[in-house]
Design a protein around this ligand. Structure first.
Ligand code: AMP
Ligand code: TRP
Length: 333
């Protein structure tokens, strides 16, 4: 049987190699299997849990759609839309926030990381973020959610919410419990500046990430400057455990080239970083520059991008509002 796929990406800046290897590459594969029904959402409601500049936000929504398309998601096969335009997401989120327990949310590590030291000053939205994410997923009877490793805990919470709602209202199987689709390897791409930190849009230094709209010279410079250690590349995977930067760069090489980490380790065993970096740069340029050129082309046609969203919103709304109506009946509205 085909899968019902839902995933979301925040329009908070340029999408980067971590988004691509951790999530979007998988979106494209799922989109290409005709048995699947795929929905890819630009989660603009999630993005305002941290203050956004309104003009930038609009640009970033277009940028995210352009990136989806440039990576190979086909709007004729998959629904692409932005969350704020389908009001069922906010409405279902409220109802589910009356089902979710504070104790569950208190365990969310992403909130702790994002809120930092001064939790009192974080927005309520940042705290309840995973409930909105559960609403996104449950409204579409999603069976599988392709995400990077960092979203695993949110998916578990979503399953808990689904279970509790079904139990509380004695509605067995009303909400389907979705399975995460997390790649076994390379599901967490790290910063080019620090092999222990996640590659992220919110990291101030642009040198820490390869953006999907970087040009050739930006990619080459970033790889040249990427942090390494003084030793030559190791001959076993085990030695990588104590060498986070080497592990990350070899992981990126393997994931992009579609070969095992073991094969990459053997290929570069004993070589200097400078030699390996030449190969890595070339591979990145070959894979990323075509995407980057396509993003730039698509961004020149805002009407087309708006059409894609409008069309997607219509289709998403038809599904989500039907489910919301049933939720209302169950709850007693
Ligand atoms: P976000 O940019 O936080 O909206 O994330 C969009 C998708 O990319 C999610 O599925 C994340 O799990 C995934 N993702 C974000 N950063 C990384 C990373 N550094 N490595 C792997 N996956 C990532
Ligand atoms: N929280 C996800 C992230 O930051 C984005 C997201 C929102 C999402 N809603 C979702 C992912 C639903 C999967 C399914 O990466």
């Amino acid at each position: 049987m085909g899968k019902k796929i839902f995933s979301g990406v925040q329009p908070t800046g340029n999408l980067h190699l971590g988004n691509f290897l951790g999530a979007i590459k998988n979106f494209v594969k799922l989109n290409n299997d005709d048995n699947n029904e795929c929905i890819f959402c630009v989660v603009d409601l999630h993005s305002i849990t941290i203050p956004q500049n309104p003009k930038e936000l609009k640009k970033n929504i277009h940028n995210t759609v352009a990136t989806f398309l440039a990576c190979g998601i086909d709007p004729k096969k998959s629904i692409i839309f932005n969350q704020s335009q389908v009001s069922a997401h906010s409405e279902a989120s409220w109802i589910l926030s009356c089902v979710a327990r504070i104790g569950w949310l208190n365990r969310m590590t992403q909130f702790k990381e994002k809120a930092g030291k001064d939790k009192e000053k974080a927005s309520i939205g940042l705290y309840s973020y995973p409930i909105l994410m559960a609403a996104d997923i449950l409204l579409y009877d999603t069976t599988h959610v392709p995400v990077g490793n960092d979203q695993k805990q949110h998916l578990e919470l979503c399953r808990d919410i689904a279970q509790k709602f079904n139990n509380d209202f004695n509605m067995k199987d009303f909400f389907k419990e979705p399975e995460p689709l997390i790649q076994k390897e390379f599901s967490r791409i790290m910063s080019l500046k620090d092999g222990l930190k996640k590659m992220s849009k919110s990291e101030p230094s642009d040198q820490s990430r390869i953006n999907l709209n970087d040009n050739e010279s930006q990619i080459v410079t970033k790889i040249k400057k990427a942090k390494t250690d003084p030793l030559p590349l190791p001959s076993t995977i085990k030695e990588l455990e104590k060498r986070p930067e080497a592990k990350n760069l070899l992981g990126i090489f393997s994931s992009l080239s579609g070969q095992t980490l073991e094969k990459s380790v053997n290929e570069f065993s004993g070589k200097n970083f400078s030699k390996f970096k030449e190969n890595l740069s070339q591979l990145l340029v070959d894979k990323i520059v075509p995407i980057s050129s396509e993003i730039k082309k698509l961004l020149n046609d805002k009407n087309f991008l708006e059409d894609v969203l409008l069309n997607g919103c219509g289709k998403a709304d038809a599904i989500a509002s039907k489910k919301l109506k049933k939720i209302h009946e169950i709850v007693g509205f």
